[in-house]
Ligand binder design. Structure first.
Ligand SMILES: [Zn+2]
Ligand SMILES: [Zn+2]
Length: 165
């Protein structure tokens, strides 16, 4: 969905936005995130003197892979977009300038906001136990049979001393 940002001499435009579009995958931090539902966009775009003000609500559903246990899991993504876009640079620094041309593609703004909303480290749950470093078992499903030797506290103090050298 594109909106042409004309010269500032043109009178203002106000548009209700309500559409959905499908996008297959996102690649973020070398991870592929599947988009499970069409991205639903609702809201309003007002263009005044060449500056478009977007107020949109965006919702979809994503399938992430937990960065600790590597299991896929699904989450709903809901976010609000509140941005101003112009084809010419504006004094107001909060206004984004279009890279080229005068057509604003709402999907680009939405995608940027989705990327910004993604967490840096994706966990299936906050206390995900991850995988055993020795046998690779998913420790959320129970303990494995590996024995993990406890390090003698006196030894670890020695180790710390060596580190300082
Ligand atoms: Zn996990
Ligand atoms: Zn193990």
């Amino acid at each position: 969905m594109e909106i042409i940002l004309q010269d500032s001499s043109v009178k203002s435009i106000s548009k209700d936005i309500d559409f959905a579009y499908h996008k297959e995958n996102l690649v973020y931090n070398n991870e592929t995130i599947e988009i499970l539902k069409p991205i639903q966009i609702k809201g309003k775009v007002n263009v005044l003197q060449g500056v478009a003000e977007l107020k949109l609500s965006v919702s979809t559903r994503l399938r992430h892979v937990c960065s600790r246990c590597l299991e896929p899991f699904e989450v709903d993504l809901d976010l609000m977009v509140d941005e101003k876009v112009s084809k010419d640079e504006q004094e107001d620094e909060s206004v984004i300038t279009l890279e080229e041309g005068d057509a604003l593609d709402i999907r680009d703004v939405v995608m940027n906001n989705i990327y910004l909303a993604l967490p840096l480290k994706v966990l299936c749950k906050e206390d995900c136990k991850g995988l055993c470093q020795d046998c690779g078992k998913n420790l959320n499903e129970g303990q494995c049979n590996c024995t993990h030797e406890e390090v003698d506290p006196r030894l670890s103090a020695l180790k710390d001393m060596f580190k300082e050298v």
